[in-house]
Write a protein that binds this ligand. Sequence first.
Ligand SMILES: [Zn+2]
Length: 308
Amino acid sequence: MGNFNITILGCGSATPTVRHMPSAQAVAYGGRLMLIDCGEGTQLQLRRFGLPFSRITDIFISHLHGDHFLGLPGLLSTMALHQNGGTVTVHTFAEGERVLRQILNVFCKELSFDLKFDIIDPSCEGILLDGKHLSVEAFPLRHRVPCAGFIFREKPKLRHIDGAAARFMGVPVCDMQALREGHDWTAPDGTVVPNGRLTTAPSHAASYAYCSDTAFADSVAEAVRGADVLYHEATYGEADSHKARPRGHSTAVQAATIAKAAEVGRLVIGHYSRVIRDEEALADEARAVFPDTVAAREGMVIEMNNLR
Ligand SMILES: [Zn+2]
């Protein structure tokens, strides 16, 4: 239903560099805008890429490390200055709600919109959003603190009416919805016409998986199996591969190994360590394992429509 795209707002890791911003992404779906993580400077990045704050309905925080969270107090206090009404739901761990409420109680006592919290279970599992056309599900990653990955899945779509066939058979407009839903059609004389003669297959329901900070784990491949696009952190290259596991991070080759095992459509890597100076060289390491890999950069838009 409508446009489905992701804008990369930040794809650096915790230590600041002038090459990248810390983690944040904006997911546009239909008319709504959702954020995944909210590192420092996210509000400026939203401005830079022309994404209006007023459309933000949900903010998903993967874990409580500063480079994924500390842009949130600033963003919410700016929204409190300009926004009238509406609801913003922050999906985070219980500790995240506690900390954010304390900060807002000092800096931003009066909010001009309804701020809600949806607490992510410590197991990092569960459905966080269940809309008419889209769901968002959490799954556990392997990091130094509890850390959730997220999958944005379009719901199965309706079948397309074959206009010529429907006209020829004389199907009335009031029966079209049942056809779109896959039911057979019964003509006035009692003849049952199979659905497949009056409709064609529905458009592909796309899925986007986000793995913020994680060490390599087979369970991640299971969780993201078959996603059209997987964003997986690739903090380190092969030269620093020894640093990855002790710090709860992955290499580009490990991200590609997950993408290959999970049979995803495309891999996007990011969360670059400050020592990464050549993102394309890092992506080349991944492409040796999983060819359809791209290196994230700020401002990149991933179009999820018409993937198949
Ligand atoms: Zn982290």
